[in-house]
Design a protein around this ligand. Structure first.
Ligand code: HEC
Ligand code: HEC
Length: 431
């Protein structure tokens, strides 16, 4: 799956492995980053100078708390309060000066359910599910999907602005991200088809986002809307938004003018995470291995792959490509990889829409997620919940949520014979 970086692990630690082709020196670098990814940050002042600065408003105390086992965040099951790995992005209509989303004026860009002692938290996220009318399948009973409804309760800083948009997101798997960073921009642009020139109903276009580091607009690759330019920005964004830690890329705290207690809190340094620690987190995020496929040669798996191609899934979930030269990462460069994504934005229909524009991504668009490692979700995370907010309880449910540009694909799956559909699911489970 990941070229020479691939590891052969099928156990609950399958997503925690360094790329197989790292030198001893590079492995130590990976371990340094892993330690920063796993450590619990503490409030300042503390006796742990290099670990302090958590909050004052925050969501979790470590990266790993949400990226459990480096896999998918746990979904909301039967409880009213959302667990850590689900976060809510906030925005109001309009754009910031770089074309990005406009933060909610009092609560900012991300809702923080936790706060240090003495400060009010922003509130709680409540989730309820509502069953939808059954989706018919040839040769099988209809499938009942569940639609989530999100409410922000116990608001700590007064009412939300009128017209506020909530975008719930579940933590994404961490495997193979450096390989995705190494796919040449020219490949992604060649896959784009914004006007649907080939008439297959599938468009696809890249996001163009603001790079703070480069001070210009660049192609976006990471996050559910491809709204992050690279893994360093993603790590700095997570430090700021999820843990309340400043870093060289985002040196100012996320407290808004209305959050006076937050602004007055003790800082853990200027910035709280230095350039070196940020770099180790970015390197770690690049170097996590992708596990090998299981059972690729089995007959039912091959039948399922043919069904995947016939249903047009590969129009977005592009099976394979070559990485280019990624400066600083010889082990990720020039590899044949099998990520099953085009990293482009697609309209998946109103039912999945969050209504949040994010640079060039509209409120109905999402980045095609990679499917490598999909079949190990249950082993690594003990659940099979999928999609941007974890609403799908299984791979079949995830497929049946596809609309918009993927409508033809979804209908093809609905029309498949039970044998063919089951082969398709067996193939997906082999990834
Ligand atoms: C509160 C839970 C939470 C914490 C803590 C957290 N993340 Fe995330 N992570 C997420 C969510 C949710 C997303 C998807 C974000 C989006 O689409 O807006 C994500 C996305 C990512 C991605 C992009 C993956 C992809 O496929 O594009 C990377 C890389 C990442 N996180 C790294 C980190 C690092 C490094 C830390 C610690 C500094 C961290 N995360 C802490 C929830 C979390
Ligand atoms: C038009 C592009 C497109 C086509 C065609 C398409 N998908 Fe997707 N797929 C997406 C996008 C975008 C998402 C993410 C949607 C979300 O999270 O709301 C997704 C999500 C998924 C997921 C969940 C992944 C995760 O990480 O949560 C699975 C599984 C999946 N697709 C399988 C398929 C299969 C099988 C087919 C063919 C029957 C297919 N897709 C066709 C774009 C597409």
């Amino acid at each position: 799956m990941g070229g020479a970086t691939t590891v052969f692990r099928t156990d609950p630690e399958a997503f925690l492995q360094p790329a197989a082709n790292l030198t001893v020196e590079r492995r130590s670098r990976f371990l340094l980053g892993e330690a920063n990814f796993e450590v619990d940050w503490v409030p300042a002042p503390s006796s742990q100078r290099d670990r302090e600065g958590l909050g004052p408003l925050f969501h979790a105390t470590s990266c790993l708390a949400c990226h459990v086992g480096n896999g998918r965040g746990a979904p909301v099951v039967g409880s009213a309060l959302a667990p850590a790995p689900l976060l809510i992005r906030l925005s109001v209509p309009g754009q910031d000066s770089h074309g990005g989303p406009l933060p909610e004026p009092t609560y900012g860009d991300q809702f923080q359910p936790r706060a240090l002692a003495g400060l009010p938290s922003e509130g709680q996220v409540q989730v309820t599910y509502e069953p939808l009318p059954g989706v018919p399948l040839t040769g099988a009973g209809p499938v009942t999907l569940q639609a989530p409804r999100y409410t922000l309760a116990a608001l700590g800083y007064g009412p939300l602005a009128p017209g506020v948009r909530l975008s719930p997101r579940i933590a994404q798997p961490m495997v193979g991200l450096g390989l995705l960073a190494a796919i040449p921009e020219a490949t992604l642009l060649a896959w784009a088809d914004p006007e649907d020139g080939d008439g297959d109903g599938i468009r696809g276009h890249p996001n163009r986002v603001w790079s703070v580091k480069e001070g210009r607009e660049v192609l976006g690759r990471f996050g559910w809307k491809a709204h992050q330019p690279d893994l360093e920005h993603q790590a700095a964004g997570a430090l700021m938004g999820d843990l309340g830690l400043t870093s060289p890329l985002f040196p100012r705290s996320a407290c808004t003018a209305a959050q006076t207690g937050c602004l007055a809190a003790v800082s853990g340094g200027e910035p709280e995470v230095d350039a070196e620690n940020l770099a180790t987190l970015s390197d770690y995020s690049h170097l996590i291995a992708v596990p090998a496929r299981r059972g690729a040669e089995r007959e039912d798996v091959r039948t399922g792959k043919a069904a995947f191609l016939r249903a047009g899934c590969a129009g977005c979930h592009r099976p394979s490509t070559l990485t280019g030269e990624l400066p600083g990462f010889p082990e990720l460069s020039h590899q044949r990889i099998w990520p099953y994504t085009d990293l482009l934005l697609h309209d998946l229909g109103e039912a999945l829409a969050d209504g949040r524009d994010d640079f060039r991504a509209t409120g109905t668009e999402w980045r095609t997620p990679p499917l490598w490692g999909l079949g190990l979700t249950a082993t690594v995370n003990g659940h099979t919940h999928l999609l941007h907010d974890g609403r799908a309880r299984s791979v079949l449910e995830a497929i049946l949520w596809h609309g918009g540009e993927a409508t033809r694909s979804r209908e093809a799956v609905q029309r498949m014979s039970p044998q063919e559909r089951s082969a398709l699911l067996t193939f997906l489970d082999s990834l």
